[in-house]
Ligand binder design. Structure first.
Ligand code: HEC
Length: 116
């Protein structure tokens, strides 16, 4: 009796979690994107937008770009329609949800003013 009750509670929790992640997949979650951008900030978070390693090169500004533009760019890198090697490697590891979250984060007003 006790055990089957515990199982049904666990099942209900699992369902609720699944419903939550489904609804989150529809739109980017800026807060989640903030947590995922640690792998981008090394290149895209630098004042003057230049990386320092392995050589100094220009990096596009992401803060304040439209979310749809960022998602599209990432999908193009992943699909191979854009050819930059580091960005292709990065985008290859991102899910659609990761891209939406990151795009939502970079499109927020806070990022827009920080990027000025
Ligand atoms: C190793 C450095 C590096 C890292 C790490 C990196 N990027 Fe980039 N990113 C670049 C460079 C360089 C370009 C310009 C490439 C080109 O000319 O196509 C770029 C281009 C982009 C573009 C296209 C911007 C535009 O205006 O065309 C987007 C979007 C982008 N990166 C998002 C990200 C995201 C999101 C992450 C983290 C998941 C990330 N990048 C991690 C170096 C990096």
């Amino acid at each position: 009796m006790k055990i089957s009750r515990a199982i049904s509670i666990a099942a209900a929790c699992g369902l609720a979690a699944a419903a939550l992640s489904l609804s989150a997949a529809e739109a980017g979650d800026a807060a989640a994107g903030k947590g995922k951008n640690s792998m981008c900030i090394g290149c895209h978070g630098i004042g003057g937008y230049k990386t320092v390693f392995p050589e100094v090169y220009h990096v596009p500004k992401l803060g304040g770009q439209h979310a749809a533009y960022i998602v599209k760019a990432l999908q193009e890198y992943k699909a191979g329609n854009r050819s930059h090697p580091s960005m292709r490697a990065i985008a290859a590891g991102l899910s659609d949800k990761d891209m939406a979250d990151l795009a939502a984060y970079y499109a927020t007003d806070a990022m827009q003013s920080a990027a000025k």
